[in-house]
Design a protein around this ligand. Structure first.
Ligand SMILES: NC(=O)c1ccc[n+]([C@@H]2O[C@H](COP(=O)([O-])OP(=O)(O)OC[C@H]3O[C@@H](n4cnc5c(N)ncnc54)[C@H](OP(=O)(O)O)[C@@H]3O)[C@@H](O)[C@H]2O)c1
Length: 163
């Protein structure tokens, strides 16, 4: 059975997902949510995301998409494009889903391949330099689960969407 492909992201009200190579917010419950969901699966990410985490996370596989063949990402596989990353991820021994985990271009290219979208909607605008595709609501029509949260006066909602 091929692994399903899902997307996981946290997005500000104005579509921002990153600023200066970092997350623009600090929401411990969202990090915990990300770690819990992706455990046992395979993450597909870009080199900036790998650098932000500073390593491959334990308890899951990682495939980094980079066209630079000389680059090494300890603990992770490297792929030259999304198609190669998806086939490498399918062959890895982790049995959980394949997770598209960003950044900007990998979300844009990966989203059409995803069965489900795990989105944390942060109910505030943030300044930033990376965005999530604004057309995601036209791709995902069924909200199947949601849960509200608050941290340090910042309100957010975890949502799971299907096509
Ligand atoms: N809010 C969230 O949930 C979330 C999630 C993830 C990331 N982020 C934020 O997003 C930012 C990092 O994302 P980013 O967009 O800057 O970087 P990124 O996706 O981690 O890395 C970009 C690099 O990926 C490679 N790449 C991207 N698309 C490719 C393709 N189709 N084929 C081959 N290589 C490709 C290129 O590297 P090469 O030059 O090596 O080929 C490109 O320079 C940070 O601010 C981070 O905090 C937020």
């Amino acid at each position: 059975m091929p692994k399903p492909v899902y997307c996981i992201v946290a997005v500000a009200q104005n579509g921002i997902i990153g600023r200066g190579g970092r997350l623009p917010w600090n929401i411990p419950e969202d990090i915990e949510w990300f770690m819990d969901q992706t455990e046992g699966g395979v993450m597909i990410e870009g080199p900036h995301c790998y650098k932000e985490l500073s390593k491959a996370l334990e308890g899951r596989g990682t495939v980094v998409i980079s066209r630079q063949t000389e680059k090494i990402f300890p603990g992770a596989e490297r792929a030259s494009d999304l198609a190669e990353a998806l086939s490498v991820a399918q062959r890895m021994p982790w049995t959980g889903p394949i997770w598209i985990t960003g950044g900007e271009r990998i979300y844009a290219e990966g989203l059409p391949h995803c069965e489900k979208l795990y989105i944390t909607r942060i109910h505030r605008n943030f300044e930033g330099d990376r965005k999530f595709p604004s057309d995601w609501p036209s791709q995902f029509k069924r909200l199947t689960w949601s849960k509200d949260g608050t941290f340090d006066g910042l309100n957010y909602t975890f949502e799971i969407w299907e096509r």
